[in-house]
Write a protein that binds this ligand. Structure first.
Ligand code: PGA
Length: 261
């Protein structure tokens, strides 16, 4: 059984005071739920991916809480002359267990292609991190009936199949339709299930069915407390990658609480 994962992608949001408050509030809620069971702790793992500048202070703020920490990107190289970039080993060093890679905003803003995303994912695995590889179609691609072909191409190009064979860490794949990110428009449960079932099938072909069964498939794109339960109830949805709603402790908590027990 795959345990659900609810991941907060803070994007380029959060100065130290508000970031710390948000993380501390979540850690306290989880502590209280674990200690008193009323309400019970959510039936999922919780992960927060703040900006790089907040990783170090947040590591202390959530220490021992059970909330995991992740980066939003890493460079494919181990170290070296790459001004402004962050290496995967630096993320593990600061306490990260995960890193988001190939988010559509990075694919668009920084021209990241599938080969680069795969190289980053390989670097992440080598540094002991679990990559969260993001895929998703644009609205024009969906309108043209190309959704499944686009996703298949992205998976084929960005999933580090060979590196995964020997890695101690697994992989998470996030399906995030570009037209649903930050727009308030969510994919329908039927659209999400169709893509996730196709993703699971393709991952089984690529990695073998045992490995594919263990991979958590997240949906992302305007996930909110009001739509989380319907999305998280789908057969092939193993959690959510949450942007805007992860910046409010109450909303993020409610989304986590919507995971089926
Ligand atoms: P959103 O972002 O929840 O604000 O739509 C999701 C994401 O980009 O990961």
């Amino acid at each position: 059984m795959r345990r659900m994962l609810i991941a907060g992608n803070w994007k380029m949001n959060g100065l130290s005071a508000e970031g710390l408050k948000l993380a501390e509030t979540l850690a306290q809620r989880l502590q209280q739920a674990t200690d008193y069971g009323d309400p019970p702790p959510p039936a999922c793992d919780l992960l927060i991916c703040p900006p790089f500048t907040l990783l170090w202070p947040l590591r202390d703020a959530i220490a021992g809480s059970g909330i995991a920490l992740g980066g939003q990107d890493c460079h494919p190289a181990e170290s070296g002359a790459h001004t402004g970039d962050v290496a995967a080993a630096m993320l593990s060093d600061v306490g990260c267990s995960h890193v988001v890679l190939g988010h559509s905003e990075r694919r668009a803003d920084h021209d990241e292609d599938d080969a680069l995303v795969r190289a980053k994912a390989e670097a992440a695995l080598a540094a002991g991190l679990t990559p969260i590889v993001c895929v998703g179609e644009t609205e024009a691609q969906r309108d043209a009936g190309e959704t499944l072909a686009v996703i298949a191409r992205q998976v084929q190009g960005s999933v580090p199949a060979q590196a995964l064979a020997g890695a101690e860490r697994g992989l998470v794949v996030a399906y995030e339709p570009v037209w649903a990110i930050g727009t308030g428009r969510t994919a329908t449960p039927e659209q999400v299930q169709e893509v996730h079932a196709a993703l699971r099938g393709q991952l089984a072909e690529l990695l073998g069915s045992a490995r594919a069964e263990a991979i958590r498939l997240l949906y992302g794109g305007s996930v909110k407390p009001g739509n989380a339960a319907d999305l998280l109830a789908l057969d092939d949805v193993d959690g959510a990658l949450v942007g805007g709603a992860s910046l409010k402790a109450e909303d993020f908590w409610e989304i986590a609480a919507a995971c089926p027990a």
